[in-house]
Design a binder for this molecule. Sequence first.
Ligand code: IMP
Ligand code: MG
Length: 176
Amino acid sequence: MPDRSRPSKKLISRARVQKRIRELAGSVSRDYRGRKLVLIGVLKGAFVFMADLLREISIPVEVDFIQVSSYGASKTSSGVIKIKKDIDLPIVGKDVLIIEDIIDYGYTMDYLLRFLKAKKPKSVRVCSLLDKTERREVQVPVAYRGFEVPDKFMVGYGLDFAEKFRNLPYIAHLGA
Ligand code: IMP
Ligand code: MG
């Protein structure tokens, strides 16, 4: 068993994360100029990324959050995804960008895309800080991707393991 009590070595430094977030925010600001953009952060993991991203976005945005049932302390999906907290803002006719910390199998984002599309926004796209592309089981379109990461359990910059490590100012992974 790998030691899960503390993160191993740093994978992506704070400086690299922040540089990449500035680049993503630049693309978002260009792509959505003159539109009605709503950023919807997926709680809890996306809150750090979202806070940094939106302060680098130079166009007006509305902000909301959604929360789904998560893996909890286990690393395997329960298979059942439920909405714990819905958005408050109306999104009919607006451009929605879902802000996520990481996409793994893709089940969560696939569910969120369906759930939000049912509210009839003008468009819905995905912006994820991290992407474990090689683990994907359900294909989801990712319009903005911070970093592709290896098949390891990632923590820091909002991402947790059993609620710990969200406050690390860089991205690390557990185990060897
Ligand atoms: P998916 O449904 O497998 O794509 O799972 C995505 C969700 O699982 C994300 O929103 C994360 O909350 C969580 N998750 C998946 N991989 C990791 C990881 O490496 N570190 C922390 N959370 C993860
Ligand atoms: Mg999450």
